[in-house]
Design a protein around this ligand. Structure first.
Ligand code: MRU
Length: 358
């Protein structure tokens, strides 16, 4: 998608210099910085400190992390250690382990002098597939937006939480892809963008990317969605997911569950958009999902531009206060209207998912 009119992807392989390049998302929205990943350690750090984030992009970065490991030392022990460290970099998004396992499977039994080429090709394939999947998620979700528009014959107001945009994938996004397709088709759209404290992925990334694609949007405090729904100012909700169980239970950014409850109470359709790489076919009980807990500084400090346009980080809480920073929550399937995938839209259930993904 575009930034200042120029097409971009979130991660790519620089053939000439044999390095991986990313958009450093910790600098957005105030600075647009392209960063080089030269070692597997760089890839692990980029995931940990969230220079890259969003389940599909975390998966893409992990795949290229395996490429960097092969480049550094084409030795099975080193590659195994690197894969374990990559998987440990963040616990909740299933795409991380999915991508590392896929790379290991592809590299198993490959002759040493072919390992690097096979690794690069597979990492590229994982990213190209994700672009295709997200585009199809958009086309499948577009039908839902068109239905609402055909009934309403007026602007379709969509609420979204966190950033499940192209910045969270390789391109198009998951939750944003139907929105971009509808906008490109000339359907009047307006997006309510949850700020998404504490890291503000909604304000800093979703509103930023929607602005760059000229999609009308309004940032709201995370607790505002409920009254907007009561007032009839929200026609549907679309969010992403970091791990969706085969039961249809959805794990996503903290605050998603509360939005689903408000939508349920106001009969607002609540959709979750995901590529098949984010389905967890193993875990059956939502209580078994590992919920990431991050450092308290994400809550106690906030970053922004001071009056001299310089990025500043300031402390905002009472000195003596204790803080707890859970990064994700789980929305039970009963509050999910449907899952929008690359293969179509289905009920949030085992029957629904198995109907699409045999
Ligand atoms: O902590 P983050 O920014 O990685 O969390 C991202 C989300 O929760 C997204 O909604 C999810 O990964 C889906 S991205 C298409």
């Amino acid at each position: 998608m575009k930034i200042e009119g120029k097409e971009h992807k979130t991660i790519w392989f620089d053939e000439k210099n044999q390095i991986v390049k990313i958009i450093d998302q910790t600098k957005l929205p105030h600075q647009f910085v392209i960063k080089d990943l030269k070692t597997v350690k760089d890839a692990i750090k980029a995931i940990e400190v969230m220079e890259v984030r969003g389940a599909p992009l975390i998966g893409g970065t992990a795949a290229y992390g395996m490429v960097l490991a092969v480049m550094e030392k084409n030795d099975s022990n080193f590659i195994k250690q690197s894969s374990e460290l990559l998987i440990k970099s963040r616990p909740t998004a299933i795409n991380l382990k999915w991508a590392v396992d896929r790379m290991i499977k592809k590299l198993t039994g490959i002759k040493n002098n072919e390992t690097l080429k096979v690794a690069i090709d597979e990492a590229k394939t994982i990213c190209e597939e994700d672009v295709k999947f997200c585009k199809n998620i958009g086309l499948n979700g577009l039908k839902i937006i068109e239905e609402i528009y055909n009934k309403k014959k007026n602007t379709v107001n969509i609420l979204t939480h966190c950033n499940a945009g192209w910045l969270a994938t390789i391109d198009w996004g998951t939750a944003t892809s139907p929105i971009y397709h509808a906008h490109k088709k000339g359907i009047p759209i307006h997006v309510w963008v949850d700020e998404t404290r504490p890291r503000n992925q909604g304000a800093n990334l979703t509103s930023y990317e929607l602005n760059e694609e000229e999609v009308p949007n309004t940032i709201i405090a995370d607790n505002t969605g409920g009254i907007l729904m009561q007032r009839g100012d929200v026609d549907m909700c679309i969010v992403g997911t970091d791990r969706t169980l085969s039961t249809g239970d959805v794990c996503n950014k903290i605050g998603t569950y509360l939005k689903a409850l408000a939508a349920h109470d106001n009969n607002i359709p609540f959709y979750v958009a995901l590529p098949s790489s984010t389905i967890d076919w193993e875990t059956k009980d939502l209580k078994d999902i590992l919920i990431e807990e991050r450092n308290s500084e994400e809550l106690t400090h906030i970053e922004g531009l001071d009056k001299n346009n310089k990025l500043q980080k300031i402390f905002i809480y009472p000195q003596k206060s204790k803080v707890k920073n859970l990064a994700f929550d789980v929305t039970p399937a009963k509050y999910v209207t449907g899952l929008i995938t690359e293969k179509g839209v289905c009920e949030a259930s085992e029957k629904g998912l198995k109907g699409l993904f045999k």
